[in-house]
Design a protein. Sequence first.
Length: 474
Amino acid sequence: MKKANNSSILFILVLWLLMVTTFFTLLVEAKKNHNTKTKMHKNKKHKNVDHRNNPPNDANSPVPIPDKGTSTYPTKSSVFNILTFGAKGNGVSDDSKALLGAWNSACKVTRATVEIPSGIKFLIKPITLQGPCMPNLILQINGVILAPPKIGSWPKSSLYQWINFKWVQNFTLQGSGTVDGQGYNWWGTSQPNQKKKSKKIPDIKPTALRFYSSNNVTVRDITIVNSPLCHLKFDNSKGVKIDNITISAPESSPNTDGIHLQNTQDVEIQYSNIASGDDCLSIQTGCSNVHAHHINCGPGHGISLGGLGKDKTAACVSNIVFEDIIIQNTLYGARIKTWQGGLGSVKNVTFSNIQVSNVKVPIMIDQFYCDKNVCKNQTGAVAISGVKFNHITGTYSVQPVHLACSTSIPCIDVDLISVQLEPTPGYSGFQQELCSNSYGKSMGPLVPASIDYCVRSGSDYVKRISRSHDYYCW
Ligand SMILES: *[C@@H]1O[C@H](CO)[C@@H](O)[C@H](O)[C@H]1NC(C)=O
Ligand SMILES: *[C@@H]1O[C@H](CO)[C@@H](O)[C@H](O)[C@H]1NC(C)=O
Ligand SMILES: *[C@@H]1O[C@H](CO)[C@@H](O)[C@H](O)[C@H]1NC(C)=O
Ligand SMILES: *[C@@H]1O[C@H](CO)[C@@H](O)[C@H](O)[C@H]1NC(C)=O
Ligand SMILES: *[C@@H]1O[C@H](CO)[C@@H](O)[C@H](O)[C@H]1NC(C)=O
């Protein structure tokens, strides 16, 4: 019994101990919870203080600041006005940061528009506007954007281009405004209002607008003027539409190409006016499926494919159509130029319905292209095949047709169809057509009639030579 009694007392004691332990454990837990809650509350208070010190329009804020009235409708397009992002808009202060701020905010929003308002001038230093962005981004230029006029104010590391669009997709650049490269100090031509001769001009000169590695881009309605070098360039891109743009620079400005394409496919260029000191359209290696139509070109150097194959490099250009084009007061009209010693091919190029007026040499294939006085003769050339000159009419002031094809690799399937070229009235010293190593067919009417002999029907042997040089391009 005693033993039993002892066991009972022990049992009660253990039970009591358990209860006491549990009680204290619960008490401690409850206290802990209370402390944590107080701490959290304190933290919240602390954050609020921080927030007040950093208002939402701080430069570090990731929150976009759309214009008034659009923010409440997230499904509607949002407008990001450069003025809202601190632009001065006096044409002298550097507004690049404001443009970059507006771009970066708009980039995150679907169907956003970055707006450069009309009637205001903005000075923009060299800048990269980078994607990828949300779909359907628009840069709306209604005002004027100006490049730095002084060469010295361009950073040495940013001489390749002024405005660099990089990795953008499904993007539109549009508006009634003007992009002004203020390039006169770069041209090395003296301006009447320029007393001092400009300092040494760097070898690298900036292109005004460059699209690099970009897809499905539309450029429309804008005016681009006075670039230090090329006005609008696309490289390594795909899916380009250029519509209703105007490009202009003085005839005396060197190397100021209008539109320059390299390694770019699926391009349509239409209803545009281009006058500059170099090629209106310049198509370089890696381009295919380009359709340019309803273009006014001149003054300048005309429409040009190349120069291709410089320094024994390979070039591949195919499926290019130029049609319904008016070319006036230019050095050349429809031209393909390649360097001696190159590799690769130019295939399937059509120049159709080109109206020329006072063009020095309206039709030209030059496989001896050389920008110095003398270039060494070399065997090997970029093989040219399938070039149609169809319905080229108007006036020339030096030579109507110049087809100088490679002696080692002749041009094949070069067709002259309805080519009618008369001397420009009032000029003298005309030259006869020059035609060598080109094979194809001709179809009347042909003026002068002698150009009928420019293209001969090619033998299978000639075709084999040309095609054996095709292997480089696919
Ligand atoms: C972007 O994509 C949309 C939808 O596919 C299309 O409607 C629009 O035309 C495209 N814009 C450009 C510039 O490619
Ligand atoms: C072409 O661009 C001009 C200038 O921006 C504009 O006024 C005109 O409406 C545009 N035309 C078409 C057909 O879009
Ligand atoms: C470009 O547009 C075409 C046609 O709308 C579409 O099929 C393609 O996926 C687009 N490419 C890019 C990279 O946006
Ligand atoms: C030539 O180019 C045109 C235009 O790009 C294209 O429609 C046609 O199919 C091409 N022809 C050949 C034989 O590749
Ligand atoms: C190069 O070849 C062309 C055509 O055969 C010839 O007229 C010219 O004199 C040559 N030039 C030189 C520098 O050898």
